[in-house]
Ligand binder design. Sequence first.
Ligand SMILES: O=C(O)C1=C[C@@H](OP(=O)(O)O)[C@@H](O)[C@H](O)C1
Ligand SMILES: C=C(OP(=O)(O)O)C(=O)O
Length: 470
Amino acid sequence: MLISKYSQPDFDPYGDNQRNAGEPGPWQAPVATAPLAARLQLPGSKSLTNRELVLAALADGPSTLRRPLRSRDSELMIEALRALGVSIEAVPGDGAYGPDRRITPPEELLGGTSIECGLAGTVMRFMPPMAALALGPVAFDGDEYARKRPMRATIESLRSLGVDVNDDGRGSLPFSLYGTGRVTGGELEIDASESSQFVSALLMVAPRFEEGLLLRHTGDRLPSMPHIEMTVECLRARGVTVESPEPGVWKVARQPIRARDLTIEPDLSNAAPFLAAALVAGGTVTIDDWPATTTQVGAHLEELLPRFGASVTRHGDALTVDGGDGVRGGAQLPGVELDLSEGGELAPALVALAALAAGPSRITGIGHLRGHETDRLAALAAEINGLGGAVTELEDGLELQPRKLHGGPWKAYADHRMATSGSIIGLAVEGVAIDDIATTSKTLPEFPELWRGMLSHDGAGSDAAAIGSV
Ligand SMILES: O=C(O)C1=C[C@@H](OP(=O)(O)O)[C@@H](O)[C@H](O)C1
Ligand SMILES: C=C(OP(=O)(O)O)C(=O)O
């Protein structure tokens, strides 16, 4: 299978975020030495950026995305769409984190190409149904671990829709399909219990199927429902009618997807480690441009962080988390019982807090995290236990007993959220050495500098200054 090397003419995700932020060896997670008084502006949402790129590419005219995310996952999506003939230009914007994007759909999507998915779930799940609308063969592959992420629902659903898919039967990357320029659509049953992205992917292209789509999820659970609601909202904002006659069933008729100019919200899931930091270091962390209403699951942090003792307030469009004295200042975080089936993406940050808590915790509903960038349940248990923790893996979650942690190596497993999870623990535990902080470039290449910036705006003298201001 021909797979092009990951390349971006106008962006080097590792440029100013060299492996371990320019430091030789592992990245020494900085310890908090004073309460925080930090204010941050975060780059755009990965989930919104990659949905809007896809929808813009399928729309009835050009769209502009303002303040889109610029990270490995979004650049992989841009390259994937370009490979199918979509024109995506960088246009000047007001963002500190990169240019805006003008997306012009082609007359006809073209195959005869290969798509590099990296480790991006959104690319490996969203692109194949779209590629089925292209004319010609399209091959898909990704990073080593990407070949372990579940893809069976994608492969089987395309086959059920009559698409010619070539794979080795393992239900994972690599595989290829042969697009004929059209998909009939109609009724389809899928088991999306391993990832909501299977549903989102089909709903986004369904308006372009000849007969639309009546999609029924057959599995016994469906994780990350807010991400499906996000997909439905993005479609509705482009004039597409999506009906859900009953839970787990969606109906989309053939109809145009409208072109649209829009501003991408900041990534609220990437806000999680920064907001969690207030509970560890003590003091306050404020995130600017927090949307008044949003489909992003990061909005649940407003209810989740108070479970660990934080107080959360909003002033205009800023959200502030006050962590009081913080673990550093002697605060005892309570243990928690959480079902995170809706917000698995938030689990690595919240598990880090639970590992620093004074009481036991049980975090469940996240069995599907075994199919994320790495097996996050195994990875979190191994790394926290390596620092002296007492974490037990459950079938669908983790149980944590309170322990005093010590410093030591922390493996990121090429998982951005493992890297940021270790950074949270490192705020309170001296000597946490993260092997690959550069892996944060998957969704937040600026993480190391924003993290250090947050710590330099502490309550010990400096004013709460904006970090990453636009
Ligand atoms: O559609 C999306 O943008 C996402 C859906 C979720 O995937 P899962 O349903 O596989 O958890 C989430 O965890 C992932 O980070 C992004
Ligand atoms: C699961 C995640 O990513 P992906 O979009 O690659 O599935 C994540 O960002 O937590």
